[in-house]
Ligand binder design. Sequence first.
Ligand code: FNR
Length: 185
Amino acid sequence: KELHFVVLLGSLRAGSLNGIVARTLPQIAPPGVSISQLGSIADFPHYSQDIQDNGIPESVSLMADKIREADGLIIVTPEYNYSIPGVLKNAIDWLSRLTPQPLAGKPVAIQTVSPGAIGGARAQYHLRQSLVFLDAFVLNKPEAMIGQASEKFDTESLELIDQKTKDFLVRQINALADLTRKIAS
Ligand code: FNR
């Protein structure tokens, strides 16, 4: 069966390096896998139970539907202050309030991009912690931490130009596909 993965982006920046990766993934999807991007999390309100009690915002419920329908999720995000951006945490907090909870039992791969040397590694472990509570099946390895981004991206044309990085991302997508098939069997 062809697998479909969706991509959740943790940066709102127009020239986002993580956004470049998120847009590249559909183009490099290996055989047997198709990938599409989820909508932006920019229009999710700041989480408040008061808003929730008045009805889940449409942007949230639409994204939850897309995640439920997908075979797996790829989260691509920057690291902010050794953790995940507040906007991404806010999106996860919203999604966690829906029933059925869309991340439960969902295969998830994490990718982080940073101009720094460590490639967002610390954010990955904070993200994993929340995904434990949401009962997602987070792919262990390979971990995709893309550091030294200035050497790998063309920030004028907004392209990922490093072939080794693309090949590595394909390896991780294939690993997510293997995990997804294992879970389904
Ligand atoms: C950063 N940046 C950053 N980088 C990193 O490797 N570790 C970190 O802890 C942080 N912290 C941090 C906090 C805040 C508030 C900002 C705005 C930035 C730098 C960050 O990796 C860089 O700006 C990336 O380009 C952001 O990702 P996008 O928007 O390009 O995808």
